[in-house]
Design a protein around this ligand. Structure first.
Ligand code: AP5
Length: 222
């Protein structure tokens, strides 16, 4: 039934673990994962017009202009699967203007999750991150190394994962965080993202389960 479709936003600094937690959330709850970073990287690698515009911003660790990203997200959210299964928005909104665009369209999440991780840890996580271009899985050379030589040989590093660019991404995140949170204050849940990924997921899992429970109760009262 409709009320069982969760709408979730996950936010947090670069490398706070959004993508990693989204893999686990999707596995358990079957939501449609909409990651603006992944969508933009796909546009860049297929060389589309959006990709060519986005590339210059992404490569230096800056935000892609609001119009481009907002159009991409609203198009994705309006597809039938997102309506049928519920959605998990990862990396959007990243500015006050982006949050306002969703508000104007009356697109609101049930839950707004913020992964809280200290800056020193974030830089180490970015510099050690590797992506598997075949499966899309996220690895870390120290924390989550791949378990086969075959996978190891094909891993790639993101162009924006150098220490210098991570610092710039972090600064931009910190400039925008408060303004975005103000939009979702009443549904915000801060989670300590510096713990092992299973511990972080345990908290997210119980948040989502209690939201589903709440939806059921509201429905049966009606
Ligand atoms: P995007 O891809 O969204 O990058 P980001 O926000 O910087 O986030 P990351 O993907 O770096 O990190 P994550 O939080 O997903 O962490 P992960 O799980 O990988 O955006 C990229 C760019 O696109 C932006 O800079 C911008 O240019 C553009 N863009 C995107 N959205 C936009 C928007 N809305 N508006 C404008 N521009 C936009 O984990 C990181 C590492 O840590 C991994 O190696 C992982 O294995 C490891 N790790 C994860 N969890 C743990 C843990 N608990 N313990 C130890 N290690 C862990």
């Amino acid at each position: 039934s409709k009320s069982e479709h969760l709408k979730v936003m996950i936010s947090g600094a670069p490398a706070s673990g959004k993508g990693t937690q989204c893999e686990l959330i999707v596995q358990k709850f079957g939501l449609v994962h909409i990651s603006t970073g992944d969508l933009l990287r796909a546009e860049v690698s297929s060389g589309t017009e959006i990709g060519n515009k986005a590339k210059e911003f992404m490569n230096i660790g800056r935000l892609v202009p609001d119009e481009i990203v907002t159009a991409m997200v609203t198009a994705r959210l309006s597809r039938p699967d997102a309506k049928e299964k519920g959605w998990l928005l990862d990396g959007f909104p990243r500015s006050f203007a982006q949050a306002q665009s969703l508000e104007e369209l009356k697109i609101r999440p049930d839950i707004y999750i913020v992964l809280d991780v200290p800056d020193e840890i974030l830089i180490d996580r970015c510099v050690g991150r590797r992506l598997d271009p075949v499966t899309g899985k996220i690895y870390h050379m120290k924390h989550f190394p791949p378990n086969s030589e075959e996978i190891k040989a094909r891993l790639v590093t993101r162009a924006d994962d150098t220490e210098e660019k991570v610092k710039s991404r972090l600064e931009i995140y910190n400039q925008n965080a408060a303004a975005i949170s103000s939009t979702y204050k009443s549904i915000m849940n801060k989670i300590d993202g510096s713990r092992p990924k299973e511990a972080v997921f345990k908290d997210i899992d119980s948040l989502l389960l209690s939201q589903l429970q709440k939806d059921k109760t509201t429905k049966s009262v009606k």
